[in-house]
Design a protein around this ligand. Structure first.
Ligand code: GDP
Ligand code: MN
Length: 346
């Protein structure tokens, strides 16, 4: 299929996808964004792209999350960018604040070490909170209680290709857990003890390892052995989570909950800078059937500085096959071949 669209997907645009349709073809899902008030214009830019290429046909609701109340301006501008329903949700303090066992003095000392090692945002407490919330909190928000799938959207991202099928229904009908566009190597300095902590967890819970897992992808050391060494056994290759389409049942499973709890207790969201991307990716790579993870080759996407740009007439505004506008060395950050090697192209 030259468009890269999954076989058997249909254009389902119909009255049943009208924003307020009672007898709707939509599955239980939302577009989801954690965002600050001052990012409203960049958020609207992302919405304009996704509405134009996809959501105007399906009218999935948008759910915005913030650790502070959304401003009237934010609500006005974002709701004007879509025909779909918009929900504005405050994150409860107990989901956002660092847990009681995190020591502010140790946080400061650790941040200094991370900073010395060139780790971005090391001493920015809110960045650590954001990574932890995206790892283990967002799907516990009461506003998502009856919602199953989400598509994560950040401010200032771009979508380039017309997508004519219901992406959420595709996930449901094909029994997919997680969809990604880009995978990258991570900076090992952000997560030196994430893999040792994970190995400890696995040793205590061997039954959580899925029999068709992608564990070989998680621990791969072939193309970038030094990453694996510095990360003490983790390849650092991860699904780039600023884009994700996923089934929250996975995050709500006992295996993932126990894993998150273990990591949270270990303190690395604050004393190191564990990202939600490697945490999600390791969990998916260990506890899920790799065939339930889908590469959306047909969704043209950019979050600076990387692209996923399909070779299709449905795509406008990106260059086919180009990972980045940046320096050639950035191409080395792409680790999709590792995923295809162990899990196939889907
Ligand atoms: P980067 O992509 O790793 O550089 O991180 P970003 O700055 O893009 O942050 C990731 C996402 O979390 C974006 O959608 C931000 O808008 C959001 N975000 C980050 N920190 C905060 C915060 O303190 N409060 C809120 N409400 N959103 C945040
Ligand atoms: Mn971002």
């Amino acid at each position: 299929d030259p468009t890269g669209e999954p076989a058997g997907t249909l254009v389902r645009t119909s009255a049943k996808y009208a924003p307020d349709a009672e007898d709707t073809d939509r599955v239980s899902a939302t577009l989801l964004a954690l965002v600050r008030n001052e990012e409203v214009d960049d958020m609207v830019a992302s919405m304009v792209d996704l509405e134009r290429t996809w959501n105007n046909k399906f009218n999935y609701p948008w759910t915005f999350f913030n650790d502070r109340p959304f401003s009237a301006e934010f609500k006005k501008k974002t709701s004007a960018a879509t025909n779909a329903t918009c929900n504005y949700e405050l994150i409860p303090k107990e989901h956002w604040d660092a847990p009681s066992w995190i020591d502010p003095d140790i946080f400061e000392e650790s941040a200094a070490v991370l900073k010395k090692n060139g780790v971005q945002y090391a001493n920015m407490m809110s960045y650590h909170q954001m990574c932890r919330w995206n790892s283990g909190m967002f799907y516990k928000h009461p506003a998502l209680k009856d919602v199953r799938y989400y598509w994560r959207v950040e401010p200032k991202v771009h979508f380039f290709c017309d997508v004519d099928y219901d992406v959420f229904r595709y996930m449901q009908d094909n029994n997919k857990t997680y969809g990604f566009t880009i995978t990258l190597y991570d900076d090992p300095h952000t997560l030196p003890t994430l893999w040792p902590q994970t190995a400890k967890f696995l040793a205590d819970h061997p039954s959580y390892l899925h029999e068709h897992s992608a564990i070989k992808w998680v621990v791969d050391d072939i193309r970038r052995p030094q990453h694996n060494r510095e990360a003490q056994g983790f390849s650092t290759c991860h699904f780039w989570s600023n884009f994700e389409v996923a089934d929250m049942e996975f995050w709500r499973s006992k295996a993932y909950e126990d894993y998150f709890e273990h990591l949270d207790r270990a303190g690395g969201f604050f004393y190191e800078r564990w990202g939600d991307a490697p945490v999600h990716s390791i969990a998916l790579g260990l506890f899920e059937d790799s065939s339930k993870i889908h590469w959306f080759r047909d969704i043209g996407y950019q979050h600076i500085p990387f692209f996923n740009c399909p070779n299709s007439p449905k795509c406008k505004g990106c260059v086919t096959g180009r990972l980045t506008d940046g320096e050639p060395f950035l191409h080395r950050e792409d680790c999709r071949p590792n995923w295809f090697k162990y899990a196939g192209m889907g």
